[in-house]
Design a protein around this ligand. Structure first.
Ligand code: GLV
Length: 308
């Protein structure tokens, strides 16, 4: 019962320990090349080397360390076994925290206070109540749904948009291409929490920014290929978009010469909005391995056509 672990950005020892706590008989191989490829039954991976999974002839399922599986699905040699995306309560909670912070920061004018401090100016303003601030959450899946609920619970006016009709208490939802402009039209903060699929590529373009309320804040927590970088820069220059908070980029790490780094109204964070945590993610993977052993259906299996 061998599981191959591969990631260049997750702590292999912490994952091995957390998995062994759940499944003491599981053998974990965290080598770049598994020692016995034909013995590997499960793979738990983030961006494995291309072709790396195809050599595992006894593979039964692939577990993604990430919620987004687009890099796995882009591998033409991906074996024809179930691929499960990561649904980790720790990941969900950390993404909701980040989104909440982005909204609070805009709501309570922190960028303005940073600017005033740089100028040593004391300017008091009266805070707005959360209920006077409208937030649009684009993507209402595992992560976007949790973000929308957190913000609604915190008193914000929340709009939500998704591919298919979705109902969330306290959130006014819209769906499909026609619903997008209506969803963002009156939002003070727009949060992208979408998966990378052909349908979301280049979604945040000039027409999208033109549909936003002038002077709003745009944040992207989903995937970088959804944003047309030059269109956002143009919208910032015109003041159509007041500020942007970006956690994901077309090229990661963000190249040092990219204009986002030095832009006074862009906050760059290095793909840290959420993280899969061994303590909360390992039990989810272990549950699926137990299911596989018992011949029961796996959870969170990706629809390869849909892309998530
Ligand atoms: C992180 O970006 C993830 O997809 O989990």
């Amino acid at each position: 019962m061998v599981l191959w672990f591969f990631s260049d950005s997750d702590d292999a020892d912490a994952w091995a320990q957390a998995l062994r706590d759940e499944l003491p008989d599981l053998v974990i191989d965290a080598g770049v090349d598994p020692r016995e490829p034909a013995a590997v039954r499960w793979a738990l991976v983030w961006r494995p080397p291309p072709g790396g999974l195809a050599r595992l002839t006894a593979l039964e399922a692939i577990f993604s360390l990430a919620a987004g599986v687009e890099s796995l699905l882009a591998d033409p040699t991906l074996p024809d076994v179930p691929v499960c995306r990561m649904v980790d309560p720790g990941l969900t909670a950390t993404v909701a925290d980040y989104a909440h912070l982005v909204v609070l920061r805009a709501h309570r004018d922190f960028p303005r206070f940073a600017q005033l401090q740089a100028e040593r100016r004391w300017r008091q303003t009266t805070p707005r109540l959360a209920g006077e601030v409208t937030v649009a959450v684009l993507g209402l899946g595992e992560l976007g749904g949790a973000v929308a609920r957190r913000l609604a619970d915190s008193g914000y006016q929340v709009r939500g948009w998704s591919r298919r009709p979705t109902a969330i208490d306290g959130v006014r939802t819209a769906c499909g291409p026609d619903g997008l402009a209506a969803c963002v039209r009156d939002a003070d903060v727009v949060l992208g929490v979408l998966p990378a699929t052909p349908a979301t590529r280049d979604l945040f373009d000039a027409a999208f920014f033109a549909a936003m309320k002038p002077g709003a804040t745009f944040a992207n927590l989903g995937r970088g290929d959804q944003l047309v970088d030059t269109d956002l820069l143009a919208a910032l220059d015109r003041g159509q978009v007041a500020r942007a908070v970006l956690d994901v980029f077309r090229d990661e790490p963000l190249p040092s010469e990219h204009p986002f780094w030095g832009h006074p109204r862009v906050l760059v964070t290095p793909h840290v909005a959420g993280s899969t945590l061994p303590a909360t993610g390992a039990p989810v993977v272990a549950d699926n391995i137990r299911r596989a052993r018992a011949g029961r259906p796996l959870r969170h299996v990706v629809d390869r056509e849909r892309g998530y």
